[in-house]
Ligand binder design. Structure first.
Ligand code: NAP
Length: 265
């Protein structure tokens, strides 16, 4: 990505703000947002250029994030298609929109990249899977990796993996929050105050993920290592491992992946 690459956004909602936060030089950013109150909020918070004019972004930006809700894509495409050309990169973060569907909407000129981010992007700890259409170049993918890499981890994958990605990292924040809720509720049943139980559950989830990432330790030895024979963790793990927990998790992801397939039709 060159130092003068202008980064545009079609839609400046929650996910766009997550990406914006990771962009150091905000003077290179131009966002199109139709909600005037939201536009004002972002201008004041980040001193960034926000317009209500999609055409302006399509004419000025070299790399543009498509960050509206799926139901708004057709309207946006109909407004900008005529201005986009083969020197530009369009990066869609829209769930369920395939590269071929995007090509139908935005035309075959613009270089297309599809990303499945997750909500943790807003805490600068996102997980973004990236795949590229055949007309996108390696440098385009590198530019997107560079921008999103500043907001968390990235993985360049094939589009065939995107239903699984959507199920795992895209939808995953809700499942981990549900696990945290279950742990906290169980703590309350054991006599802890709700806010204390939540802190204990959340910090344990956060710290465990941090340790596993930093140490790179394989999971089974880690689990076995904390399960001292005859100890408390072993007593809990015995109950967990003999339950259908993994089966339920597998079915949860399967349901999300199936829904992702349906939405892409
Ligand atoms: N949230 C997640 O966890 C997550 C995860 C993975 C992928 N995604 C994808 O990320 C995309 C954005 O999600 P989000 O949660 O950031 O949505 P959002 O907060 O609703 O942001 C979309 C913004 O775009 C604006 N907009 C709509 N049509 C427009 C137009 N024609 N011109 C200019 N602005 C327009 C909306 O304004 P109005 O509110 O006035 O309509 C809204 O402010 C979605 O496609 C979603 O599938 C989200």
């Amino acid at each position: 990505m060159s130092n003068s690459t202008i980064i545009g956004f079609f839609g400046a909602g929650k996910m766009a703000e997550g990406i914006l936060c990771a962009i150091k030089d905000k003077s290179l950013v131009i966002m199109a947002e139709k909600n005037a109150e939201r536009a004002e909020e972002l201008k004041n918070k980040y001193q960034v250029t926000v317009t209500d004019n999609l055409k302006e972004v399509s004419q000025k930006a070299n790399l543009i994030f498509l960050s509206v809700k799926p139901q708004d894509v057709v309207t946006v495409a109909s407004e900008v298609k005529q201005y986009l050309n083969s020197t530009q990169i369009l990066v869609s973060i829209v769930a369920g929109k395939t590269l071929s569907g995007l090509k139908d909407e935005f035309g075959s000129d613009v270089r297309l990249i599809r990303v499945m981010p997750n909500l943790a992007l807003r805490a600068n700890a996102g997980m973004c899977a990236i795949c590229a259409a055949s007309n996108a170049e390696a440098v385009d993918v590198k530019a997107v990796e560079e921008i999103l890499g500043a907001a968390g981890a990235t993985a360049v994958l094939e589009e065939k993996d995107f239903d699984a990605v959507t199920a795992l990292s895209g939808s995953g924040p809700a499942y981990f929050a549900y696990m945290e809720e279950a742990m906290a509720e169980a703590g309350v049943k054991l006599g802890l105050k709700p806010d204390v139980a939540r802190l204990l559950a959340e910090q344990t989830m956060y710290g465990t993920a941090k340790f596993l990432r930093e140490s790179g330790m394989p999971l089974t030895p880690f689990i076995n290592g904390v399960c001292t024979k005859g100890g408390t963790t072993a007593a809990g793990m015995e109950k967990l491992a003999s339950s259908d927990f993994k089966d339920v998790v597998a079915k949860t992801l399967e349901a999300a992946a199936n829904r992702s397939k349906e939405l892409a039709k």
